[in-house]
Design a binder for this molecule. Structure first.
Ligand code: NAP
Length: 284
């Protein structure tokens, strides 16, 4: 079997086209969706991510601001800035690019964001809403994975979904979203003993670990759907995922590539959350 590709670039393009339309409609009502991005320090990877997010906002007609602060900014200064953004009517989403320097408490910073503007979905209110199956902002990466499953009309009910990784921003929310669709969910992590035995039972595998070639062909049931969240570098320095793509493509039913898979979908869902927030703002 040769797996069908779930193309994150193509799917993003169609979702972003719809978002552009919705943003244009909002503008006729006098409101431009606005995203504020905050970046502390000069982490090169973070600089690329924030630039991509700001560029994506421009492309769909959103307003965006990028505030960059030196590594030495104090936590109080950062919190004061977030308070200003919380009260700014032009801003409907606030994103603090992680990681933050060690002297700043990331949890305190994230919790200081108005939950109504928490478009990254990392605030405890957003996490609680997801846990309870209530409306709220979903973290963008697992939300993007769910959209990819939607795009192939995959019915998760009764399926066995295996999530590799249990981080607060990917693995755990991913598992909750799959559970909400009535999949039977297994979460694996660094202490899981019999990984292959578990993945071989999976109808859907979401790999969110950060280890190149973690998932190989012999670990995948024929026809399974494989979603690769991982972002790693190969020996030539090229971006790659957690999945041995050529090998797993021979057995899986569907597979997402890296690059061009979950990465663009993550930014797309950030745009979606920001637009949803702006539309709700208009109704308040
Ligand atoms: P993380 O916080 O480092 O979490 C990694 C998880 O993998 C942990 O739960 C860890 O288990 C688990 N793990 C480690 N070794 C394992 C193994 N051998 N088998 C099974 N599980 C294992 O990372 P993250 O933030 O969730 O991100 C995961 C990957 O996704 C990274 O490559 C990251 O760059 C990428 N990512 C991509 C996007 C995107 O937009 N494409 C967005 C976010 C993240 P323990 O908890 O037991 O340590």
């Amino acid at each position: 079997m040769t797996a069908q590709l779930i193309n994150g670039n193509e799917l993003s393009k169609s979702i972003r086209a719809a978002l552009t339309q919705r943003a244009a409609t909002l503008k006729t009502k006098g409101l431009t969706p606005g995203l504020a991005v905050i970046m502390v320090g000069e982490n090169p990877a973070s600089q690329v991510y924030v630039r991509n997010k700001v560029k994506a906002c421009e492309e769909v007609g959103f307003f965006s601001s990028l505030d960059t602060y030196p590594q030495t900014i104090s936590e109080n200064e950062l919190l004061a800035h977030i308070r200003l953004l919380n009260g700014d009517p032009k801003i409907h989403g606030i994103l603090v690019q992680l990681p933050l320097p060690n002297h700043i408490n990331s949890t305190r910073v994230i919790e200081s964001i108005d939950p109504l503007k928490d478009v990254d979905g990392f605030h405890i209110s957003s996490a609680g809403a997801l846990l309870k199956g209530m409306p709220g902002f979903w973290p963008c990466t697992p939300y993007g994975c769910m959209k990819m499953l939607d795009s192939i009309d995959y019915d998760l009910k009764g399926k066995h979904a295996v999530v590799l990784g249990r981080s607060d921003i990917v693995g755990k929310p991913m598992a909750l979203m799959l559970l909400e669709q009535k999949a039977t969910v297994t979460i694996c992590h660094s202490s899981t003993l019999n990984l292959k035995e578990i993945t071989l039972q999976a109808d859907v595998i979401v790999c969110a670990v950060g280890k190149r070639n973690l998932l190989t062909k012999d670990m995948v049931k024929p026809g399974a759907v494989v979603i690769d969240v991982g972002m790693n570098r190969d020996d030539q320095g090229r971006l790659c995922g957690d999945v041995d793509f050529p090998g797993v493509s021979e057995v899986a039913g569907f597979i997402t590539p890296v690059p061009g898979g979950v990465g663009p979908m993550t930014i797309t869902m950030l745009l979606q959350n920001t637009l949803d927030s702006a539309e709700k703002y208009l109704c308040r």
